[in-house]
Design a protein around this ligand. Structure first.
Ligand SMILES: [Zn+2]
Length: 157
């Protein structure tokens, strides 16, 4: 599979990542899954629930809440997830994947990212260095969940 995205969506992810720096931003990728790849037609920015540590900890506890914060972890509110999925379905769109930023870290998935991902979906990661959005990559988890593989990403006008 490959992921295709318009320049407009790319810019939207970059803007969100810069705005939320030095915290991790996150959002959902909507569009259509075609035989030749996934085509993103819409990017839905969401709040990183880790900004509310108490509620986030209830939903998905962290091993080390002292070290793991909204600066290096993201969590999508299950209520946001449901709302976005329902809205997408009503408009004939699919949830193709998710994006999040890595403030002052490379655009490569962490072990934590791998442990909390599902196969098939695209995981777009954007690195932000000192507030400036840099590399943007996409990853897909292997069916056996052992590792992420890089996914080819095409930006179209
Ligand atoms: Zn990550």
């Amino acid at each position: 599979m490959s992921l295709q995205m318009k320049k407009r969506e790319l810019e939207s992810i970059r803007a969100h990542a810069a705005q939320d720096y030095p915290r991790e931003c996150c959002g959902v990728l909507l569009g259509k899954a075609e035989a030749d790849g996934k085509r993103v037609t819409e990017v839905v920015p969401l709040a990183n629930l880790r900004h509310d540590p108490n509620r986030a900890q209830e939903i998905l506890p962290l091993d080390d809440p002292g070290r793991e914060t909204e600066k290096n972890r993201f969590l999508i509110d299950p209520l946001d997830q449901l709302r976005v999925e329902k809205d997408a379905r009503a408009r004939g769109l699919d949830v193709l994947g998710y994006y999040h930023s890595h403030p002052d870290h490379p655009a490569r998935p962490s072990n934590y990212d791998r442990d909390h991902a599902w196969p098939w979906y695209s995981y777009v990661i954007i690195s932000v260095e000192r507030g400036v959005p840099k590399d943007l990559t996409s990853w897909v988890l292997a069916e056996d969940r052992s590792a992420f593989g890089a996914e080819s990403l095409t930006i179209v006008d």
